[in-house]
Each structure stands twice: as structure tokens, then as C-alpha cells.
Design a protein around this ligand. Structure first.
Ligand code: PLP
Length: 394
């Protein structure tokens, strides 16, 4: 066998999503791309803001001496300072560049955070439904996944979290705005979580870290803002990126920011910089760091995403599909009209609709729609969703 048994079994587990991708390709060949309604991917539909292109042009026309060289493994000091200023403005806490490590996207930051924190056998709580990569990232660093379910509105269920905490718990990953549900946790819930963790830490004498995965933090609707975990939770770390807010997922640029309130914060950051290096990232891409340094206040076209959410939410609920109205990210997570979500996804494919079963997020009985797609495709898909609803008797 050319590959390890563990990787072989991971590949087998991922085969349904791969099959769905292949099914999409097959359907596009038969019906033409405009007749296939592919809501399966989380790629930003928009282009990066204009300011990114202008900065890129400037960097190409006026290169800085040494701009492609190695740097500190934490990233450029001025880039980290720009992030720190933003966070201080949001929280009032004394962030400096020494609390920030630039990373290869949020995925890179998650791996750095987990590698820095975990000893073999340490437990990490994730809240279902969740972004399935967490499972593999936790395993990468010898951690043990513990699942706690959210409540029926996909908000934090404090009782379920408390039940999941054991003397081996080292961290809990939260993700707001959430993939796949789009929900945003409110300040009260974060404060409750902060209180719970404080009480548990006093009981066990062991620190529990909240790793807040926030690549969608700036993609929010209905005039809400995402409350900062730093205000409510002492041992908190943000992992995030510009994959979604600046539509730059291919450029692999993000960061890890750790609360100035963490005890031994200097040691934690030293560890994170070491892990950024030894995981082989070495540093976040130099050009991408320079691109985002002055653009921390920029954002994707949120109004465009909100319009797409509204078209789908209003039409699908009128057809009888049931779902929580999300306030962020670019996903809807309706109830599967069939008890078996995988069977429902197959039925949807017969109408040329591609969506992801909730089982792919550890939440069977639901399905995910990514509306980060062309608006025209959304409009074209509505009759197909209606025919599917009629076939299923909604
Ligand atoms: N976390 C969540 C919840 C995501 O949905 C994604 C990407 O879709 C990531 C992390 C990874 O983001 P990045 O491309 O910045 O690594």
C-alpha cells in the first residue's frame, strides 16, 4: 500500500463529496453548465475589492528591495501592527504586533493554534454542525475530537458544552458566522461560555482555550456586528483569513491573534511562531501580507451576498422548505425534507441541484446551500427547487 491506512480511510470517508463533484461534472456535460445549479462549494463568488488590484499593480510597478525574501516567521511587523490596531479598535484591549502571527489562511492558523496547544490525547470540543476539516486538523496534532451539538437554532447549547468538558479538555473551537448554518453567536452567549470556562478552569486547575474561527466575521447582514470573543473570554484565540472578506482564498493569507489576557501570552506566541515554521509554512506569503496591510478596513460586497440570501430564503421558505434565517456567511442550512439527507441530496441531483448533505457536517437531517454563486443561477434554480418540493409533497 502506497499510503498509510489512516489516510486511506480518510479518503474513503470523503468519497461522497468527491462523487457529488463528479456528478456535477457529468450533469454539466449532459445539460450544459447553465442548467446545473451547483450550490456545493464555498468559493467566494465576488472578485477582490478594487483597492486590492490597485495595490497589486503598485507592488509590481514599484517593487521594494528584498520584498520576496524570507522574513520573521511571524510575518511582517507592519502587517501585524495593522491587524493589532484593528483589534484594539474593536475591543479596547492592548493588542500589539506581538499578539499576531500571519498565517497561510484560517486553515493554516487553525493548525498552528492546535499544534501549539495540544499534547497527545488532549480533547478539543467542536460544535455540530461543523466544518469537517476540524476533524482532520485536530487529528493532525494528536488531539481527540469531542462533539457537542448546538441547539435547534444552531446557537450555543451551554448544557451540551458543559457535558462535553472533561479533565482532558484543552480547547473548544467555535465558528461564528458559522459554516454551514450562517448563524452568528450573540454577546450574551459568548459571555455565558466565558463564565462556564472560568468555572471549569477553577474546578480542574487547567486552562481551556477558545479557538474562534472567524473567516466570515465581516460577512454579516441586517446591521449586526459580530461580538468579539476577546471581550468575553479570557483564554481566547482568533484564527481567520482574508479568504472570504477580501475574496482571496487562493492567496492563502490570514492570521492568528491571541488575547493579551492569556497567562504566559509571550510563551504562547513564541510557540505559535515556532509551529508556523515547523509545520512547513515558514511564513505567510510575502506579497499577500503586503497586499492586505493597508486594507484591514476593506470588505467584500456584503449587500450582494445579502440579496442572494434573501432571494433564496424568501423563495424556499414559501415553497415549504424549513430553515433558520442566517445573519452571516454565505450558507443556508435547511431541514432535509426526507429523513435521510443523503437520499434527499440524490433526489435534488435529479433536478440538477447540487447541495451538500448535513451528514458532511456531522448533522444528518439537514442540507447545506452555498449561495456564493451567480445571482442568475439562483434565479434559474428556483423552478427546480419548486419541482423538487412538489415531488416531495412539501
Ligand atoms: N473555517 C471555516 C469555517 C471555513 O468555512 C473555511 C473555508 O471555507 C476555513 C476555515 C478555511 O479558510 P481558509 O481558506 O482561510 O484557510
Amino acid at each position: 500500500m502506497a499510503i498509510s491506512k489512516k489516510i486511506e480511510s480518510s479518503l474513503a470517508g470523503a468519497s461522497f463529496i468527491r462523487k457529488m463533484f463528479e456528478e456535477g461534472e457529468r450533469l454539466r456535460k449532459i445539460h450544459g453548465p447553465e442548467k446545473v445549479y451547483d450550490f456545493s462549494l464555498g468559493n467566494p463568488s465576488g472578485e477582490p475589492p478594487k483597492a486590492i488590484k490597485e495595490r497589486l499593480k503598485k507592488l509590481a510597478l514599484e517593487p521594494v528591495q528584498g520584498m520576496h525574501r524570507y522574513m520573521s516567521n511571524a510575518g511582517y511587523a507592519d502587517t501585524r501592527r495593522a491587524v493589532a490596531e484593528l483589534l484594539t479598535g474593536q475591543t479596547g484591549l492592548p493588542f500589539t504586533e506581538d499578539h499576531i502571527v500571519m498565517t497561510c489562511g484560517a486553515g493554516g492558523a487553525l493548525n498552528v493554534a492546535l499544534k501549539t496547544l495540544l499534547d497527545p490525547g488532549d480533547e478539543v470540543i467542536v460544535l455540530a454542525p461543523f466544518f469537517m476539516e476540524y476533524k482532520f486538523y485536530i487529528d493532525n496534532h494528536g488531539g481527540v475530537l469531542q462533539i457537542a451539538h448546538t441547539d435547534e437554532d444552531f446557537m450555543l447549547d451551554m448544557h451540551a458544552i458543559e457535558e462535553a468538558i472533561t479533565p482532558k479538555t484543552k480547547a473548544i473551537i467555535i465558528n461564528s458566522p458559522n459554516n454551514p448554518t450562517g448563524v452568528v453567536y450573540d454577546a450574551y452567549s459568548l459571555a455565558m461560555l466565558g463564565n462556564l470556562l472560568k468555572a471549569k478552569e477553577q474546578e480542574t486547575g487547567r486552562q481551556i482555550f477558545v479557538i474562534s474561527d472567524e473567516p466570515y466575521a465581516k460577512i454579516v447582514y441586517d446591521n449586526i456586528t459580530v461580538p468579539s470573543v476577546f471581550k468575553y473570554i479570557k483564554n481566547s484565540i482568533i484564527v481567520t483569513s482574508h479568504s472570504k472578506d477580501l475574496s482571496l482564498p487562493g492567496e492563502r493569507i490570514g492570521y492568528l491573534a491571541a488575547s493579551p489576557n492569556i497567562e504566559e501570552i509571550g510563551l504562547f506566541i513564541e510557540g505559535a511562531i515556532f509551529c508556523n515554521r515547523t509545520l512547513g509554512f515558514v511564513n505567510a506569503p510575502a506579497l499577500a501580507q503586503r497586499l492586505v496591510t493597508g486594507l484591514q478596513g476593506e470588505n467584500a460586497d456584503v449587500a450582494e451576498y445579502q440579496e442572494k440570501r434573501d432571494i433564496l430564503f424568501d423563495n424556499l421558505t414559501a415553497m415549504g422548505y424549513q430553515m433558520v434565517k442566517p445573519h452571516g456567511a454565505f450558507y443556508l442550512f435547511p431541514k432535509s425534507p426526507l429523513p435521510d439527507d443523503v437520499e434527499f441530496v440524490r433526489k435534488a441531483q435529479e433536478h440538477n441541484i447540487l447541495v451538500v448533505p448535513g451528514s458532511g457536517f456531522a448533522k444528518p437531517g439537514y442540507f447545506r446551500i452555498s449561495y456564493s454563486v451567480d445571482k442568475q443561477m439562483i434565479l434559474n434554480s428556483l423552478p427546480a427547487f419548486k419541482a423538487l418540493a412538489a415531488e416531495l409533497g412539501l
